[in-house]
Design a protein around this ligand. Sequence first.
Ligand code: PLP
Ligand code: COI
Length: 337
Amino acid sequence: MDIKVTLNPNPKAKPTDSSALGFGKIFTDHMFRWSWNSEEGWHDPRIVPFERLSIHPASTVLHYGSEIFEGLKAYRRADGKVQLFRPIENIRRMNNSAERLCLPQMPEEDFMQALIEFVRLEQDWTPSDKGTSLYLRPFMFGDDESLGVHAVHNAEFIIIASPVGSYYKEGLNPVKIMIEDQDVRAVRGGTGYAKCGGNYAASNRAGERAEQQGYSQVLWLDGVERKYIEEVGAMNVMFKINGEIVTPKLTGSILPGITRKSCIELLQSEGIEVSERLLSVDELAQAMTDGTLEEAWGCGTAAVISPIGELSQHLYDTVTGIQWGEIEDKFGWTVEV
Ligand code: PLP
Ligand code: COI
């Protein structure tokens, strides 16, 4: 694929204080764009100066929520090079999300090329302080200029990038999570396993209520029985109960997290079994009461691994060690840019 590059004639000054980065507030000088329509397919891949988008007021995304996204990071290694962590997993998950929302899928190798060429161009924006990275946000939206409800004939795929520090204001300290018993995020057969904007829009009310009560995010229960633990707003969850490591199994309403998958594979490579099974809130409450809940942590690209207990500290050290290139990547998960 031939990606046309138009350089930004007015590049911005890069942030100097990485402790003030926060999450997703500053954007780099360029973005990748790729257009699709049902006649031509994917066409016109280009890197252009970062700018506002202009879309038609009847554009599908504004009315019917045809939008999907991904989140992955570029990490600065000690040798100065920049690497991506398991980008092929994000590519495949985005194509699965596209399939669910009737948006067009992308050839894996073209998507990978776009990521690599874009990050290569923006790599100087990758901060180098501990815990910082360049967050990449690929997203796609349906852009038909008509109000009929149907699978779209026009779509736009864009990648933007943002230098980031920690996602939670707590940094790497334990976060407070509230179990949500009113709203549900997703149901089986719905869009829970897809990374689409609508899932997050539907979760905001509970998130707001949780924040008002001093919690960072909510822990979702399954939408049918409202009994089984699913995941947190931006993380999958894992628990150590009486020596068993448990994570909710992927029933269709949970996002199949890449950090979750990496934690499971890392633990298994160390001979530690992970049970992917249904876990009821009652079982968790019981374990809390009788003291058998040894640890609880969330894992996600933005959130990394939090909070930190003995095992999650070990996972945090190993996962981030591989991501930032400090620990040898025996799994072949990283891609140098
Ligand atoms: N669950 C939800 C709802 C998320 O938004 C995320 C973040 O992407 C995750 C889980 C964790 O997924 P990953 O590890 O692929 O970032
Ligand atoms: C990520 O971890 O990449 C996410 O997408 C979380 C996000 C909703 C902020």
